[in-house]
Design a binder for this molecule. Structure first.
Ligand code: 5AD
Ligand code: SF4
Length: 508
């Protein structure tokens, strides 16, 4: 095999087109962006953070709240305007949940947008970019440039039950024969197999690993089932093999990703949708135990969970397997049963509380974080007050608080969005303030205690200090030698500043 010499490498670098990927939204999007970056780099593209310097700009988008979509729309407007007014060779692409949410409409509304790739077509992005650039270099102008009329988008793949989307603009002169653009013929229940072959770029000692995608729950406010589609899980053996590879590369912590990891294993890639029913027990506890026993792995964590699937069995795995995290993100959403019912959450606040107590009993020292939505359809002052009281009583370690944002196409689209914006803002403010006090109280109780800390990086403030995390994910800064990076050491916690602990090594 011919390997390129230094000169050739320089040439590649000089001619390498520059790509800028901007990511909005969740950890899964972050992961997808890293996968696309790695795949493009492999093809000779050079990564840049600068939109101005880029030949290709890709927005990886989120649809969970209107605010996130608006940010991406604004960015897209600006990019398209620039492309129209003087940067005609800029390639603009959009991926992520907004691709699945709006599909072809995006190409109609943004004539300068070159392609749209859905969440299950991450691996098609490189091919799309190359094809578009190659067509342009052959001088094939986009149809709308030449004719001044709206381009007819070419569908590169039809969405299976509306969830998988790859579309690119048809170039001028495209005829019925010009099917080469249909290269992204739709995947992909086999989505993960290709995906897993592209090792994303990672930093530090923590590697993220998607184990499932999609969501079969019916939370009425949530757009995810529409954008990411039905739940599908990767096979356990393949996941463990991936983890072994990651451990060999020196990663110490694995964070298992999915919209709903707790229902892992109900249906695997390639299985018929009716194969497993929702009644079947999930296989997540087994998977966590297996992953945690891979040699070299010091910690296993996951994001994100639905409380109804968080089981005693999983809590026991947290208790019994020493490499398993003591952090649980358990979104409660509301403290009022009528609102929980309207949200389609499938638990009462009493059931949630029982689970939380069980977790805390079986896993002492566990940290629990949560999500809450204020101002959901019809939420009265009294109902909000119950949520406030829940926050006070349940003593979460931390909480993300969101103002309800009605999403078109969700079941709650049929319910009135009747809490005024000013009221949502006030409730948001009240909860933020309260949680700050609660977090402070919970964290103060840790001062003076000892904890196992996994060191993951250097402190930005002092090069004598390392940053690490306790088993329950609380951040700690400690004076320690750089050689401790990637190791777990006992630390005494001495003080707290904002959400960060400071401590000292128990033995050097
Ligand atoms: N409005 C506000 N918050 C939402 N979330 C999901 N959908 C919406 C919406 N339409 C929040 C939930 C979820 C988190 C990821 O985002 O709290 O747990
Ligand atoms: Fe959305 Fe509910 Fe699924 Fe989470 S569990 S992704 S909130 S539908």
């Amino acid at each position: 095999m011919n390997t390129p010499g230094t000169d050739q490498l320089r040439e590649i670098e000089k001619s390498g087109k520059r790509v800028c990927i901007q990511t909005f939204g969740c950890q899964m999007n972050e992961y997808d962006s890293e996968v696309v970056k790695a795949a493009l780099e492999k093809q000779g593209y050079v990564l840049t953070d600068s939109e101005e310097a880029a030949d290709v700009v890709i927005l990886n988008t989120c649809s969970v709240r209107e605010h996130a979509e608006n940010k991406a729309f604004n960015k897209l407007h600006l990019l398209c305007r620039e492309k129209k007014n003087g940067r005609p060779n800029l390639t603009v692409g959009l991926m992520g949940c907004m691709a699945d949410n709006y599909k072809e409409k995006l190409l109609k509304d943004f004539p300068q947008l070159d392609f749209v790739a859905g969440t299950r077509n991450v691996m098609d992005v490189t091919r799309l970019v190359k094809e578009i650039e190659e067509k342009r270099s052959r001088g094939v102008p986009p149809r709308n440039d030449s004719a001044g009329q709206d381009a007819q988008p070419t569908r590169l793949g039809l969405a299976r039950n509306g969830t998988q989307t790859v579309i690119a603009r048809s170039p001028a002169g495209a005829t019925k024969q010009s099917k080469s653009l249909q290269l992204a013929a739709i995947s992909k229940e086999g989505w993960w197999e290709e995906y897993a072959e592209t090792v994303p770029r990672r930093e530090g000692v923590r590697a993220f690993l998607p184990i499932m995608t999609g969501c079969d729950n019916l939370c009425t406010y949530c757009i995810v089932p529409k954008t990411r589609g039905r739940e599908v899980s990767m096979r356990g053996g393949e996941i463990v093999d991936q983890v072994k590879k990651l451990a060999d590369q020196g990663y110490k912590e694995i964070q298992l990703l999915g919209q709903n990891v707790n229902s892992y294993g109900r249906r695997y890639v390639g299985e018929d949708e009716s194969y497993r029913t929702r009644k079947e027990p999930n296989r997540f506890p087994e998977l966590v135990a297996a992953v945690s026993q891979v040699p070299g792995i010091e910690r296993v964590s996951w994001m994100t969970s639905h409380p109804k699937d968080a089981s005693r069995e999983l809590f026991e795995v947290m208790r019994d397997y020493p490499k398993v995290t003591h952090w649980f993100h358990l979104p409660v959403q509301s403290g009022n049963n009528r609102i929980l019912k309207r949200m389609g959450r499938e638990y009462t606040i009493e059931e949630f509380h029982e689970k939380l107590e069980l977790l805390r009993k079986l896993v002492p020292g566990a940290a629990v974080s949560t999500d809450m939505i204020v101002g959901f359809s019809d939420e009265t002052d009294e109902e909000f007050e119950e949520t406030r009281r829940v926050m006070e009583k349940f003593m979460f370690d931390s909480a993300f608080i969101f103002k309800y944002s009605l999403r078109k196409g969700t079941p709650a689209d049929r319910l009135p969005d009747n809490v005024q914006q000013a009221v949502k803002e006030e409730r948001h403010r009240v909860l933020l303030k309260l949680q700050k006090e609660v977090s402070r109280k919970v964290n103060d109780a840790w001062i003076g205690r000892q904890a196992d800390v996994l060191f993951s990086g250097r402190s930005r403030v002092s090069d004598q200090d390392l940053i690490g995390e306790m088993r329950n994910h609380k951040r700690v800064v400690v004076k320690a030698p750089a050689a401790f990076m990637g190791n777990v050491k006992q630390v005494r916690l001495t003080r707290l500043k904002d959400e960060t602990f400071y401590g000292e090594l128990c033995e050097v």
